[in-house]
Design a protein around this ligand. Structure first.
Ligand code: NAP
Length: 327
């Protein structure tokens, strides 16, 4: 399977389906399309720079993906999914990001850094990335070594068990992170920069009533400190700036997620946060022939297994749509 992009005369290649992404949603969609004998192309993103493979490439051990009783590393799971897809000759891989897409005329046109193709249908599986405390000292240094943005993925790891942990943020994600972490941690601090929660009332009440959770309002993280792993956070009051240090062995961000949908702006319907909107419990978007799967359209579940399930749905919807339109 080589990069089959031009016909030698500079003409763009035309595919029945183009998949954008390389996380569980994308590989599952491709597996179903490949087995349905749909000629397709996938833009996987760069290998360098972290885009390829999605968020699972940043996850250490996954213990909640069925079929792996001893758990499996995130990158290893992605490698296995890719290997399974690469057995099929009707899938062409392009290791580039889609920089531009034209959905206004058919077939659709997709442009990467070097490659331009056309496709009758598109499945968007570009995911979402967790917001981080960019620029805060220690964020980069301890990422994956005491700093995480996924309690479900990392919370049960030995470095966090029976330890004191800080969760940053006051939305539903932060509350979920904090509540999940109470299963393993000795104590969980929730650090909010403002004087109130952004979360739903029910989540707010749950964290307030939890005996293991202490809420610290109006403090912002100035620095994450440690040696090999995290040993503490330095926080400062949002108004008067007075600083204090908390001894914690983990910092979990619950700052929300940003979907990777910038390249689709003004072309496909999104919600106010940029997540793609799917129609009537299907994978269809507002543009006929464009489908969405995984975290790019999911604020609620955000799991590898749910993304894979949505990838399957998108491929089935896409294949049916191609057949209905005799494409
Ligand atoms: P969110 O509602 O946008 O909350 C983000 C939180 O992070 C806010 O408390 C915000 O503080 C804080 N924050 C952002 N940047 C920060 C920074 N640099 N320093 C400190 N704090 C910072 O995001 P979310 O919790 O992911 O929720 C997004 C949407 O998904 C919501 O509609 C939510 O209801 C939904 N959701 C639902 C569920 C569920 O139903 N189970 C689970 C998760 C998410 P400020 O308030 O001060 O801005």
């Amino acid at each position: 399977m080589g990069d089959r992009l031009e016909d030698g005369k500079g003409k763009k290649m035309l595919y029945k389906a183009a998949v954008i992404g390389s996380g569980p949603a994308a590989w599952t969609a491709l597996l179903y399309l490949a087995r349905a004998q749909v000629d397709c192309v996938v833009f996987t993103g760069h290998t360098q720079g972290g885009a390829r493979g999605g968020q699972l490439m940043l996850t250490t051990e996954i213990e909640n993906y069925p079929g792996f009783p001893k758990g499996i590393g995130g990158p290893e799971l992605m490698e296995l999914m890719e290997k399974q897809v690469r057995q099929y000759k009707n899938v062409t891989c392009v290791e580039e990001d889609v920089l531009e897409i034209e959905l206004g005329s058919r077939p659709f046109t997709l442009r990467g850094g070097r490659t331009c193709v056309q496709a009758y249908s598109v499945i968007v599986c570009t995911g979402a990335y967790a917001r981080r405390l960019d620029g805060v000292p220690g964020d980069k240094e301890f990422w994956g070594k005491g700093v995480s943005a996924c309690a479900v993925c990392d919370g049960a790891l030995p470095i966090y068990r029976n330890k004191e942990i800080a969760v940053i943020g006051g939305g539903d994600s932060a509350c979920e992170e904090a509540l999940f972490l109470t299963k393993y941690a000795k104590k969980v601090y929730m650090i909010l920069r403002s004087d109130k929660f952004r979360a739903s009332k029910i989540m707010e009440r749950r964290v307030e009533e939890h005996p293991k959770i202490e809420i610290i309002f109006e403090y912002q993280v100035k620095k994450i400190v440690g040696n090999d792993t995290v040993t503490g956070v330095n926080i400062a009051h949002s108004k008067h700036g007075v600083e204090k240090n908390l001894e914690v062995n983990g910092v979990f961000y619950g700052l929300g997620h940003n979907p990777s949908t910038g390249f689709l702006r003004n072309q496909v319907e999104m919600d106010e946060d940029g997540f793609l909107i799917r129609k009537n419990c299907t994978a269809m978007t507002s543009v006929e022939g464009v489908f969405a799967a995984g975290d790019v359209c999911d604020k609620r579940y955000k799991q590898a297994i749910t993304a894979a399930g949505m990838g399957c749905m998108a491929a089935l919807d896409c294949e049916r749509w191609l057949s209905e339109h005799k494409l």
